[in-house]
Design a binder for this molecule. Structure first.
Ligand code: SAM
Length: 204
């Protein structure tokens, strides 16, 4: 299994703050593209990916939305039907269903709770997970050793915040997909492809 953590300092933290214009709604459009790049293949959803969205925008930061969509069973009971055009609806619904003091499962495989970005990362670090910081100045991902069940961390259009970045640099291996700065969703798609290829070759 692979995991991604996407941090957005502007993405909304309440359903009421999600408007029709997703760009004006704290750049929710970027988070949506990131969800699509995480899970969607041409003919189905990946069942080997978990995505953490860390939203730090107004009015009630920080919300941790965890997604690992169930792909088995009966639609409407064991899983929800997820199409690309529904992603904003799913996120909005998750934000509306947040309950103070709880980790609420909104749909099968979709949870929301209040938790800081660094806490999400630190918990995975404490579980001895292999953590990678996506950073254009890091080592070339094609040449880096990637450990089992890797976790990749990436930022939004503003990048990752300075204080958190300092800690991440101490506990994560920085990896790069090239010298150019890509969109978060493009970065994620390339990492998914790299991991797919390694798995196909039996290297992971
Ligand atoms: C649009 S970029 C962020 C640009 C932002 N101005 C900055 O300086 O960080 C979004 C995220 O994609 C990832 N990213 C973009 N280009 C990358 C690259 N060449 N290698 C690795 N990660 C990259 C980084 O994690 C970055 O935070």
């Amino acid at each position: 299994m692979r995991e991604f953590i996407y941090y957005s300092r502007t993405a909304p933290t309440s359903g009421k703050h999600v408007g029709d214009d997703l760009m004006k709604s704290g750049r929710l459009d970027i988070a949506i593209h990131t969800v699509i790049a995480s899970f969607f293949l041409s003919h189905g959803l990946r069942d080997d990916v978990k995505l953490h969205l860390s939203f730090a925008g107004p009015p009630d930061p920080v919300k941790h939305l965890e997604m690992m969509p169930n792909t088995e069973g009966k639609t409407g009971f064991d899983k929800i039907y997820l199409s690309k055009k529904d992603v904003s609806w799913v996120i909005k619904k998750m934000l509306y269903k947040y309950r103070e003091g709880e980790k609420a499962e909104v749909f099968p495989g979709y949870w929301i709770e209040k938790k800081s970005f660094l806490k999400v990362v630190e918990e995975l670090y404490d579980d001895n997970r292999n953590l990678y910081l996506l950073d254009e100045k890091g080592g070339d991902i094609r040449e880096c050793k990637i450990g089992k069940d890797p976790v990749f961390i990436l930022g939004d259009h503003l990048g990752l915040p300075g204080k958190e970045l300092k800690r991440l640099k101490r506990i994560c291996t920085p990896v790069s997909i090239g010298k150019r700065t890509y969109f978060a969703s493009q970065t994620l798609a390339i990492v998914n492809n790299e991991i797919d290829r390694r798995e196909d070759k039996g290297e992971l």
